[in-house]
Ligand binder design. Structure first.
Ligand SMILES: [Mg+2]
Length: 223
């Protein structure tokens, strides 16, 4: 589902200056711009747990270091909230992301559309700034299609969307049917656990290649 546009997301989008004639790159943050899984592993290490990447999932794969007992699904919401509260500012960037976005910003507007608690938006902005990725951030909750549609209505074509999670990709496919969608998974171990999302146009896990495809698509659109 493309989802619904919440008041919070609408007002965040309203605050962004958008150019109706420029192409748009909508980019996820966790596991596309930031090393989410590695950061989560550091966090878990300090709390006697570890991530046993048996499948493309966090829930069920977090285990106690000694007992190997899986962390309960019922506690995941609180655990992730605490992780974002303590770790958002210190997450390390995916290699090549800042350089690729800087190059793409010459041809397109870059917007970061991230699913995270809005109270940590300032931390995310600080981490992005520290790693030379100061672009507008929209803190979203759930399906991303409605937010992507609202952004694309106010910009030019082509529109690009990058994300690691197939449900987000399906949502944007419905919300912005003409978008060029890149399924991108920054962590090599995670990337091996999942094939291309059914609704993506390209599966690319490397920023040099993603930049090339986006630049070629923009050049083709310009004729
Ligand atoms: Mg992500």
């Amino acid at each position: 589902m493309p989802g619904i546009l919440t008041d919070s997301v609408r007002s965040q989008i309203d605050e962004i200056e958008l150019d109706s004639s420029r192409p748009l790159v909508i980019c996820d943050a966790d596991e596309v711009l930031f090393e989410f899984v590695r950061s989560l592993e550091h966090y878990l290490d300090t709390r006697d747990h570890y991530l046993d990447l048996q499948s493309f999932a966090i829930t069920g794969n977090i285990k106690h270091k000694e007992t190997k007992v899986p962390f309960p699904a019922s506690g995941m919401k609180d655990l992730l909230a605490d992780f974002f509260a303590t770790s958002t500012r210190d997450m390390s960037p995916v290699p090549g992301a800042a350089e690729a976005l800087a190059a793409l910003a010459r041809h397109a507007q870059i917007i970061i559309l991230t699913n995270m608690p809005e109270e940590h938006r300032e931390d995310r902005l600080a981490a992005l700034e520290r790693h030379n990725m100061s672009y507008p951030v929209v803190a979203n909750d759930g399906a991303k299609g409605a937010a992507a549609a609202a952004l694309s209505e106010r910009t030019g074509d082509p529109v690009f969307f990058l994300d690691d999670l197939p449900p987000n990709i399906s949502s944007v496919r419905r919300g912005v049917p003409h978008a060029t969608i890149i399924h991108f998974i920054g962590d090599i171990r995670l990337a091996k656990l999942l094939g291309p999302a059914p609704d993506c146009d390209h599966r690319i896990d490397d920023w040099v290649e993603a930049q090339r495809v986006i630049e070629e698509t923009i050049a083709r659109a310009r004729g």
